[in-house]
Design a protein around this ligand. Structure first.
Ligand SMILES: [Zn+2]
Length: 66
């Protein structure tokens, strides 16, 4: 499982969408559209799946241990 991430168009920082999904499944999904609250701008940003990516929880755990 991984966290679906999007890039904030205002600050360029990554935002956790709060949606978790396996990366392989995410890549197979049809194009969809969503909106996520941005803690940097304190507003909602709308985004397309094409602009999102999945950050694997495994990778994050490894970073935390490094
Ligand atoms: Zn933002």
């Amino acid at each position: 499982m991984g966290m679906i991430m999007v890039r904030c168009p205002q600050t360029g920082r990554s935002i956790e969408t709060g949606m978790e999904m396996e990366a392989e499944r995410f890549q197979r999904m049809p194009v969809f559209f969503s909106r996520t609250y941005c803690p940097h701008c304190r507003t909602y940003h709308e985004w397309f799946a094409a602009h999102a990516w999945v950050e694997e929880t495994r990778d994050r755990a490894r970073v935390a241990l490094a």
